[in-house]
Design a protein around this ligand. Structure first.
Ligand code: NAD
Length: 496
């Protein structure tokens, strides 16, 4: 039995999960994961072959056509989803531990994400029972109309490394509630919790073939999934660059896409905001997952008259936030995912300085044992045309831009190809609502940031993606609408 406060003595090895059962590695290669915070090998997953992917898609199609899931009552689907939620809660310590070792995120955060994940399964159970269509009784005496929803079919689910378990939970239960079947490919860095989820779903009574996991790299398994002609929908969450490849490859069979891509999210702070609250929210929004978060509020846009005071408050919080070993329950900020990514993040700091920004705080890597950490960093005097204000950096780097009027704040916020999320800080309700309406972002927060849950949909405007996941909207996304006209009485003949 693993002691969850200590590093494992040897990497945990996983098979992959097809047609309701574990498949052992056999002659395939391993993909090994080194803990980004500790520099030791923690897990091994199978580098699946393209033949394994074919087996997964075939198992899923078989399950879909059999009706074993796609045709059962919503109540039966709800029963499995509720059992899956209990299974997640029962294995919370285990899932959180491997999640932290593979991602480098603090254990307290992993635990809260796994609890939140169970909540999604419970909520989706309710939606499975309430999904319905529409009836048209206004088509005249000889016609009635119905609109029904039915499951689309086989979904390919490709997920990123940064929130492996909660991202699954924002998608799988809603896809299952709709009656669909799934072939999932988690990130090669963080496959453990997706494989554990497959076991939990099987134990919860999900029929075989309905949820399958094929582990491997994006360039082979991921690319083959997006090109696959027997996958009806692809749900992709990841970077914008790969999102473009997915879009092109999906032309093979014109599959439906749900794309959840990157963000460069503004935090707009007006002078009348509660600055203490705003500073705390901004620091949380920036340092959550060490800034490796799609909705990270990394682009601070602050009213000029309070910029100095806000900077003081931010620096104070940056000094006091607890950075360090993610297995320590007190740690608030963990590691960068890979050495290459850390180098890229630090490169952006240099680029910002070269383009004329001032390094007001941080800007260095830090710490033992493997030095894969970046200090909370503040760049001031930033203009919106600088690289650091335009690109998704995906690290704990905050850029500060000043404004004088609401129009100017909105213009700066919207002057980016991305539109995932935005936060607005003000005590003036009119100002908050007017700004909220004009900001081009799929998720908008007023006097808070990164709030979420099963009820509200997630997704982006502009190049941050298309489609919506989660909640009722997330279930509808994975259904086809069917229109049915029913003629009543004797037909008036066309050919007399
Ligand atoms: P990534 O794009 O490198 O990888 C994401 C997934 O795509 C992985 O499973 C990877 O193996 C796979 N992949 C890679 N190449 C592929 C290809 N050619 N075809 C198909 N699949 C391929 O992203 P990442 O580094 O894992 O995650 C970080 C990115 O994800 C950031 O840009 C972040 O903003 C974004 N993200 C978005 C959301 C959202 O909800 N909008 C949530 C989390 C992360």
């Amino acid at each position: 039995m693993q002691d969850y406060s200590k590093l494992p003595d040897a990497p945990r090895a996983f098979g992959f999960h097809l047609d309701g059962a574990w498949v052992p590695k056999g002659s395939r290669d391993w993909i090994e994961r080194t803990s980004p915070a500790h520099g030791v090998r923690v897990t091994r997953v199978v580098h699946c072959t393209l033949a394994d992917l074919e087996s997964g898609v075939r198992a899923a199609r078989r399950a879909f056509r059999s009706g074993v899931w796609s045709e059962v009552a919503g109540a039966a689907r709800a029963g499995v989803l509720l059992k899956a939620a209990s299974g997640i809660r029962a294995r919370l310590d285990e899932i959180a531990y491997w999640e932290t070792l593979e991602t480098g995120k603090p254990i307290s955060q992993s635990r809260s994400e796994i609890g939140g994940a169970a909540d999604h399964y419970e909520y989706a159970a309710g939606v499975a029972r309430t999904l319905k269509g529409d009836a048209f009784n206004n088509l005249g005496p000889d016609m009635m109309g119905f609109v029904t929803r039915q499951p689309i079919g086989v979904i390919g689910l490709i997920t990123p490394w940064n929130f492996p378990f909660i991202i699954l939970a924002e998608r799988i239960p809603y896809m299952l509630a709709a009656g669909c079947v799934i072939v999932a490919k988690p990130s090669e860095f963080t496959s453990a919790s997706t494989l554990i989820m497959a076991e939990i779903l099987t134990e919860a009574g999900l029929p075989k073939g309905v949820f399958n996991v094929v582990t491997g790299y994006g360039a082979d398994i991921g690319q083959a999934m997006t090109e696959h002609e027997d996958i009806d929908v692809l749900s992709f969450t990841g970077s914008i660059g790969v999102g473009r490849k997915v879009l092109l490859a999906s032309a093979s069979n014109l599959k439906k896409l749900s794309l959840e891509l990157g963000g460069k999210n503004p935090q707009i702070v007006f002078a009348d905001a509660d600055l203490e609250d705003a500073a705390d929210g901004i620091v949380f929004g920036l340092l959550f997952n060490a800034g490796q978060c799609c909705v990270s509020g990394s682009r601070l846009i602050v009213e000029r008259s309070v910029a100095g005071r806000l900077e003081e408050l931010l620096r104070d919080k940056f000094d006091r936030v607890r950075l360090g070993d993610p297995l320590d329950p007190k740690t608030q900020v963990g590691a960068m995912v890979t050495p290459e990514h850390m180098k890229k993040v630090l490169g952006y700091v240099q680029k910002g300085i070269e383009e004329g920004a001032t390094l007001a705080h941080g800007g260095q890597s830090y710490g033992a044992p493997c030095v894969q950490f970046v200090q909370p960093t503040l760049l001031t005097g930033v203009r919106n045309d600088m690289t650091v204000a335009r690109d998704e950096i995906f690290g704990p780097i905050l850029t500060m831009i000043e404004f004088d009027t609401l129009d100017e704040a909105v213009e700066i916020a919207n002057d980016n190809i991305l539109g995932l999320a935005a936060s607005i800080w003000t005590k003036d309700l009119d100002k908050a609502m007017k700004t909220m309406r004009r900001v081009e972002a799929g998720r908008t927060w007023v006097n808070t940031t990164i709030a979420g849950g099963p009820e509200l949909p997630i997704g982006g405007f502009k190049q941050s993606g298309s489609g919506r996941e989660t909640g009722v909207y997330g279930v509808e996304e994975y259904t086809e609408l069917k229109s049915i006209h029913i003629a009543l009485g004797k037909r008036e003949h066309w050919v007399g």
